[in-house]
Design a protein around this ligand. Structure first.
Ligand code: HAM
Length: 423
């Protein structure tokens, strides 16, 4: 039997890959305007990075990591996300000493999570993400949110919902944590085994539980917003005011808890509101993680970022029926009739391609009609027709496929002439 791809992965074939490139180019271009620079970190890291970074009570670490021992008996994990690795790299390369702070970085690459595959959920998926390290200015929060929304908007998506929350600083989180323990403890026996473990270790994770989400205590659980201290409240207000100034719509949802442990202050998600979009509507998630660098052995460094998957972005484009303006056509198709002419088109294709044109020709000795069909399929703007007779007369026929207009050009100066007829 033929071997198939592993469950939860996908092949991106020609036809689709142009879409991916268009999206990636759009993201790169926005990053250039916002001055985020690309960082490329390894696909695998020491497992400990994610235990300490993402948090050992999270689903990602508990259930979803692709971890293995390498031949040197080291514990290695295929990265489930990008933030921990970027912060590791920031510390390792002492980026905190770079003259321009915050250091603003972006990445595009595959991430791996052993999740139950379904529409919009893969085991290998591609995240585009950004991280800004070294500033605790709410203006950076607003910038990061604006950039995330900007990508979707520039690609033509309209049905988006930005949801934000504040998880507060350490003091606020401790107060909220104690309130959560007090709230759940008397009836924790009614919750799943995981939640029972979460109660003392990380009660915030209970709010994220998929099994117990309908329990009545969930709805009445203490809201983090009631436990924000003055400083956290002022910070959150400022972020909201800046977003309002930018005209970016958002809703505050105090039940928004993210699936990773490193967050504090601003946390957010962008959802698709499009009809017919699958059950998983979160397109993008992110937030502030001011304690993460210290947790990973670096100096105290504020940070904020987000990540989105290209897979879900494409699903949203499909749900909203957005057609991206991808130019799939080619500049010229070379039709040849006769052996000598066929050989000559090898040289012509070479010269035209060297001059920057996208060019295709026949390689399978097909009849003229079949070659014209190929030209149509490839959406050729021009078709150049060379027969053995034209070749001996040093001429070539060029047809503009849009207007139907035909021209006879000198073969010797064809590339130069072809450049001219473009304008
Ligand atoms: P996350 O919420 O785990 O956050 O993932 C971010 C985004 O990755 C999700 O909103 C979703 O678009 C996509 N995603 C996650 N899992 C899958 C999957 N199995 N299949 C397809 N897409 C998926 C993070 O990863 C954080 N590192 C984000 C961040 C950056 N926070 C601060 N900086």
């Amino acid at each position: 039997m033929a071997i198939q791809m592993p469950r939860g992965t996908q092949d991106i074939l020609p036809g689709q890959s142009e879409l991916w490139q268009y999206i990636e180019n759009t993201a790169r271009d926005i990053c250039r305007r916002y001055q985020y620079k690309e960082i490329r970190t390894p696909i695998f890291e020491h497992t400990e990075l994610f235990l300490r970074g993402v948090g050992d009570t999270t689903d990602i670490v508990q259930k979803e990591m692709y971890s293995f021992k390498d031949r040197g008996d080291r514990d290695i994990t295929l990265r489930p996300e990008g933030t921990a690795a970027v912060v590791r790299s920031y510390i390792e390369h002492k980026m905190f000493g770079w003259p321009n702070q915050p250091v603003k970085l972006y990445y595009i690459g595959p991430m791996f999570r052993y999740e139950r595959p379904q529409a919009g959920r893969f085991r290998q998926f591609v995240q585009f993400g950004i991280e800004a390290l070294g500033s605790a200015d709410p203006a950076i929060d607003a910038e990061v949110l604006a950039l995330a929304m900007g990508i979707y908007k520039e690609l033509g998506l309209k049905k988006l919902k930005l949801v934000i929350n504040s998880l507060g600083d350490k003091e606020s989180r401790t107060a909220h944590r104690n309130a959560l323990i007090g709230h759940f403890e008397p009836r924790i026996g009614e919750f799943c085994e995981d939640c029972q473990k979460r109660l003392q270790k990380n009660p915030l994770r209970i709010l994220d539980c998929k099994k117990d989400r309908d329990h009545e205590l969930m709805k009445s659980s203490p809201s983090i917003l009631d436990y924000l201290n003055e400083e956290s409240k002022v910070y959150f207000d400022k972020v909201q005011q800046l977003l309002t100034d930018l005209g970016i719509d958002f809703v505050v949802d105090p039940t928004l808890v993210r699936g990773l442990d490193y967050y504090n202050h601003t946390a957010f998600e962008i959802m698709s509101d499009a009809e017919g979009f699958g059950a998983i509507t979160t397109l993008c998630g992110g937030g502030r993680y001011n304690g993460l660098a210290e947790e990973l052995g670096g100096p105290e460094t504020p940070g904020i970022g987000f990540a989105l998957s290209i897979e879900r972005l494409i699903a949203a484009l499909e749900a909203e029926k957005v057609e991206l303006p991808i130019d799939r056509g080619i500049d010229c198709y070379l039709v040849s009739l006769g052996d000598a002419a066929k050989d000559y088109t090898v040289k012509l294709a070479y010269e035209l391609r060297n001059a920057g044109f996208t060019v295709e020709k026949d390689y399978n000795d097909r009849k003229a009609k079949a070659q014209f069909k190929s030209a149509d399929r490839l959406e050729a703007k021009y078709v150049a027709i060379l027969g053995d007779d034209e070749l001996s007369a040093n001429k070539i026929n060029v047809k503009n496929m849009e207007t139907g207009e035909q021209k006879e050009l000198d073969l010797a100066t064809f590339v130069e002439e072809f450049k001219k007829i473009q304008d």
